[in-house]
Design a protein around this ligand. Sequence first.
Ligand SMILES: Nc1ncnc2c1ncn2[C@@H]1O[C@H](COP(=O)(O)OP(=O)(O)OP(=O)(O)O)[C@@H](O)[C@H]1O
Length: 319
Amino acid sequence: MSFLSIRHLSKSYDAQVALHDFSLELEKGEFISIVGESGSGKSTLLRMVAGLMTQSTGEVVLDGTVIQNPAQKLVPGYDQIKLIHQDYQLFPNSTVEENISRPLIQYDADYRAYRVNLLMRQLGLENYKDRLPRQLSGGQQQKVAIAQALAVEPEVLLLDEPFSHLDSIQKQRLIFELKEILTEMGTTVIFVTHDLDDALRLTDSLLIVQKGKMVQRGNSRALCEHPKTRYVARLFSSINLIPDRFNSYVRPSDIRLRTKGELMGHVVDQRFLVHYNSLQIRLREGGHIWEVDDPARKYQIGDRVYLHFDEEKVLVLKS
Ligand SMILES: Nc1ncnc2c1ncn2[C@@H]1O[C@H](COP(=O)(O)OP(=O)(O)OP(=O)(O)O)[C@@H](O)[C@H]1O
């Protein structure tokens, strides 16, 4: 049996289904990122896994124990399962050190000091230990909230877009640091986000949700090369609809530009990106605009180009 089993979990709010028959098995220490657009049921899922929301159907089992929901448990939630979201709440009149040590109040003082110092060191908070939350940046406050959640060494950590207040450099650094700490602790992690790049910084193990349903699970390569739906395909890059073919698409990176051929268009816009120029090309046939990579940076606005792609690169996708 897996360490964490989520079995046929569903949640409806009145007539609206927020999560539909969701199942997932995770081993101890496994990381998974769940990617889905806003409203796809990610937060609802995590709150039920943490025992903070009552499900409509299904159950969550952690290491053989059924997680009780708020209708069954007087004080909802578990020390073994911590949920961190972007609207963390620190104690405003307590220092960084006090905030992190609060959850350890019932532990031995030596252990408490050891654990708080370790977390402050791991998260680079040592120089701020005597500051109050309002004297910290958003990123530092977020680190304190993470340290607070990790103080009791939870077995499962649920991350609900906790990095959205941070700028991208801070976010990349924090995800990298967190990955090291959580791997060392052997924590099982579910990270939900709408941002595929963030998801992949934590783990290559992905699960995609759409409208409350799991649509696909796999590593980034499998999902990029064999997406089941347009939404999954578009997480990796834009896709171009092939004229006169049913639900068939090709990625900008799978198109080659030539000076002769059948599918003709004109470059109408050009953007410099790190590894290539991104071109907008208006097809002669049907006037569709395609996005195409130009790695040789050869073509300019106004140029006539011919577009080629291999048949094996064509993606046939459901909506
Ligand atoms: N308390 C509630 N009452 C009624 N509907 C709700 C409630 N909470 C969430 N919903 C609805 O359930 C659906 C799933 O919401 P949820 O917050 O789980 O999605 P999400 O993927 O986490 O979205 P986001 O990324 O925007 O946080 C949405 O359509 C939302 O409007």
